[in-house]
Design a protein around this ligand. Structure first.
Ligand SMILES: CC(C)(COP(=O)(O)OP(=O)(O)OC[C@H]1O[C@@H](n2cnc3c(N)ncnc32)[C@H](O)[C@@H]1OP(=O)(O)O)[C@@H](O)C(=O)NCCC(=O)NCCS
Length: 185
């Protein structure tokens, strides 16, 4: 099966190879994020890894797809690992509240490399990440998914998620319709 690992130099070559195969760990910025990460990994791998683990939000502001920047939330990323890089799962939150600013699309986001999909990896990775969300004291997490993403809906529902509503993504993302799920912790 899989584990979710804190990214280290030991995991990096396999992760980099997945990026080089064209996979993107970022479901919003897609290839742009892949290219950006390959550059940073080349320039300063240690800084790249450090930036993935930021529970105090020390990193730079976040760029949204329309180019606006917003303050970074506390967060960290784990890599989905089956002996090699199989995907990425991120968690971000605000201290002291389960609320998120309107431009933040959910507490948890994930992506599995295309060549390792449909093996239950995302379902298990989310299950493992929920323990981390519980550990920071959140009573629930929200996860958003596009209406036409049945695989993601199944991952959320298999982890006890309930659909709580439809909404329109912030204008900075283009305003598309999306679904909001909630998982009580
Ligand atoms: C969504 C995603 C993470 C699922 O990863 P995965 O490891 O393949 O998911 P799982 O193997 O845990 O599958 C979960 C369920 O979805 C089903 N599923 C997987 N791919 C599917 C597809 N393309 N169409 C319909 N159902 C699908 C699986 O069969 C499984 O259902 P089951 O439990 O009834 O068998 C992966 O498809 C992905 O990375 N997509 C691109 C990024 C993305 O959309 N991320 C989520 C944003 S909200």
């Amino acid at each position: 099966m899989i584990e979710i690992v804190k990214p280290t130099l030991e995991h990096l070559p396999s992760y980099k190879a997945a990026l080089e195969r064209g996979w993107s760990p970022d479901n919003v910025r897609l290839e742009e994020a892949t290219r950006e990460q390959l550059v940073v990994i080349e320039e300063d791998p240690v800084a790249f890894l450090a930036g993935l683990d930021d529970p105090e939000a020390k990193g730079p502001p976040i760029s949204l797809p329309d180019g606006t920047t917003v303050p970074r939330l506390p967060g960290f990323r784990r890599w989905i690992w089956d002996g090699e890089a199989a995907g990425s799962i991120g968690f971000r939150w605000q201290h002291g509240t389960a609320e998120l600013p309107p431009h933040v699309l959910g507490h948890i986001g994930y992506a599995v490399v295309p060549w390792k999909r449909r093996r239950g990896y995302a379902t298990e990775a989310l299950r493992l990440m929920l323990a981390e969300a519980r550990a920071v004291g959140l009573p629930f997490v929200e996860i958003t998914a596009k209406p036409h993403n049945p695989a993601s809906h199944k991952v959320i529902l298999a982890n006890g998620g309930k659909l709580v509503g439809h909404f329109f993504e912030d204008a900075a993302y283009g305003g598309a319709e999306s679904l909001r799920f909630r998982i009580e912790l």
